[in-house]
Write a new protein. Structure first.
Length: 209
């Protein structure tokens, strides 16, 4: 079983665009942001491992940050995946808000570099660092590993919100999300040809066994 700290290090990603992938299970607090399901998620198969719609939490920027964008773990076997499909690590069912903290916080005293950026926390529920595109048929409920579709669908949603006109964009992640930031970095840059500066940040994304 993963340790509590590794589970807590699984859920957040991007803003200015700071897009933060998969950093932590965020508790509720003063910076609560509503969950936004991906547009036509079921039709696009951009779903969590239990088949529920994937999505993200979007907080728009302000002032000079309005054109800047900032954007756990894996299941190790079938039984572990079947368990995680019943909780927040594998399902969006019941998700309403997230408290954006740290580099996603709107408080200038806490987050002086990115507080006024567009901040997006991408909900992590695919258990494969946003990489898979397959269905596992087992004795229990089928498991959907659609992380690649989730990532693409979220980016497409955000491009429609204006991310393609950003001055700066960052894709960031921690733990399993850090690996996603590494592996998706070039593709993320390719989707933003008109953005002056695109950066990727990986926090604890190298795993040694």
């Amino acid at each position: 079983m993963p340790s509590p700290s590794s589970v807590m290090a699984t859920r957040c990603f991007f803003s200015c665009a700071l897009l933060l992938v998969n950093i932590a299970h965020c508790s509720l607090g003063p910076d609560n942001v509503q969950f936004t399901p991906v547009s036509n998620a079921i039709k696009r198969r951009a779903v969590c491992i239990d088949g529920s719609p994937a999505g993200y939490h979007y907080a728009s920027g302000s002032g000079v940050g309005a054109k800047n964008w900032l954007g756990g773990g894996w299941c190790s076997d079938i039984s572990d995946c079947q368990y995680k499909r019943t909780i927040y690590l594998g399902s969006s069912s019941g998700i309403t808000t997230a408290n954006l903290t740290g580099m996603l916080s709107k408080r200038q005293d806490v987050n002086p570099d990115f507080y006024n950026w567009n901040r997006i926390y991408v909900y992590y529920c695919d258990q494969s660092s946003f990489l898979g595109d397959t269905e596992i048929v087992d004795q229990g409920p089928n498991l959907q590993f659609r992380g690649s579709r989730i990532f693409d669908a979220v980016i497409e949603d955000l491009l429609e919100k204006g991310m393609d006109n950003a001055d700066n964009a960052m894709l960031a992640g921690r733990s399993a999300g850090a690996l996603a930031a590494i592996l998706h970095c070039d593709g993320f840059r390719a989707r933003l040809p008109n953005v002056a500066r695109v950066k990727c940040f990986s926090d604890s994304g190298v795993f040694i066994r």
